[in-house]
Design a protein around this ligand. Structure first.
Ligand SMILES: [Zn+2]
Length: 354
């Protein structure tokens, strides 16, 4: 009886200990691990095997010496990475040169970031390698958000859409509106929130004259550097400003420079927005003449094309070439048999929430 209870309490103890160990695999201890020194190990090898510098390993273990004894236990701290680094586990057959090629890293970068004193590396070793460059993969985003991300029209037929970014501008936006009005063409204007105060009348004109208003952020920042919350704020501020004027909440967004972050896009789509970029960049913000803009744009036109132009100038640039090019482009498109339609005729989207 006595023996039995002794056994069961020991059994209980072992369960408690197992639970304790299980608990230790949680985040608190994943950060630091224990390593038992093997015969022949050196501090340099152990450190590099775990993606650490010998100094970091020595510091975590409060060593004053680099002599290790087999069986001795070491604390392996978690690796602190810089923003432009990630960890790579060395595979059998890898060489430092090959890893450098794969991650587009100089050998000197790899040596210095990993504090390597020789180019010898071991399978299983953790190496700091450059984090891959940011990739804005529109086809992948389209697959992830069906019906919410567009570069060109999805409806059939010889139809194209004109889109004008960066307005409202008190000079050039009205000139483009006059032109479109005289030709009976409807377009889409992606507006910048910070240009609206004082120019509400231009927004009213765009809307009343039957064009679509879309959202081009508030400050026109590089949204790739913004948090999802920051991206939402940029768009929601402009949506609210336009809603005050038109009574409509915009659903079409075009991020400045056509890019943001995947997390930001996820948030916008969840909030009911759809992103519409372009398939044809007229380069009107850069080219010096209407002729150059036309010559650059026309060869790229296909059914469903979404053409990017601008209705406001950055830094007081003369945009007469854009106005002139718009006129000639419309004529040329008509001669080619194209119909020029608003974005909502080209895409399965609504321009406004209600
Ligand atoms: Zn822009």
């Amino acid at each position: 009886m006595g023996k039995r209870s002794c056994f069961s309490s020991r059994f209980l103890l072992s369960i408690v200990f197992s639970l304790f160990l299980l608990g230790m695999t949680g985040p608190a201890v994943r950060a630091a691990r224990i390593y038992r020194v093997q015969p022949g190990d050196t501090l340099y090898q152990i450190a590099h095997y775990h993606g650490l510098t010998p100094e970091e390993l020595a510091k975590a273990n409060q060593f004053s010496t680099t002599i290790l004894l087999p069986g001795q236990t070491l604390v392996i701290p978690s690796v602190t990475l810089r923003a432009d680094e990630q960890l790579y586990t060395v595979q059998a057959g890898d060489s430092l040169y090959r890893i450098g090629e794969r991650f587009q890293a100089d050998l000197s970068w790899l040596r210095s970031r990993n504090r390597l004193t020789a180019d010898l590396i071991y399978p299983g070793q953790l190496l700091r390698v450059p984090r891959p460059k940011y990739v804005w993969n529109i086809p992948a985003l389209m697959a992830r958000h069906p019906g919410k991300v567009f570069l060109s029209g999805t409806a059939g037929g010889k139809r194209v859409a004109l889109t004008f970014d960066d307005g409202p501008d008190p000079e050039y936006t009205p000139k483009i509106l006059d032109l479109l009005g005289s030709l009976g063409v409807k377009a889409t204007f992606f507006l910048k929130g910070n240009k609206i105060p004082g120019q509400e009348w231009v927004v009213t004109r765009i809307f009343r004259e039957g064009h679509i208003v879309g959202n081009h952020s508030y400050n026109h920042p590089d949204l790739r550097k913004y948090s999802p919350e920051g991206i939402m704020r940029e768009m929601e501020t402009t949506t609210a400003l336009v809603a005050k004027i038109t009574g409509k909440e915009m659903t079409l967004v075009r991020p400045p420079y056509g890019e943001m972050t995947e997390a930001g896009l996820d948030r916008l789509v969840a909030a009911g927005y759809a992103m519409v970029n372009w398939s044809v960049d007229s380069l009107d913000w850069r080219l010096e003449s209407a002729e150059a803009i036309i010559n650059h744009t026309l060869p790229q036109i296909k059914p469903g094309a979404i053409i990017l132009m601008h209705s406001a100038s950055e830094g007081g640039r003369n945009m007469t070439p854009t106005v002139e090019a718009t006129k000639r482009l419309i004529q040329a498109l008509w001669e080619m048999g194209y119909e020029i339609v608003p974005l909502t005729d080209l895409l399965p989207v609504q321009a406004y929430k209600k």
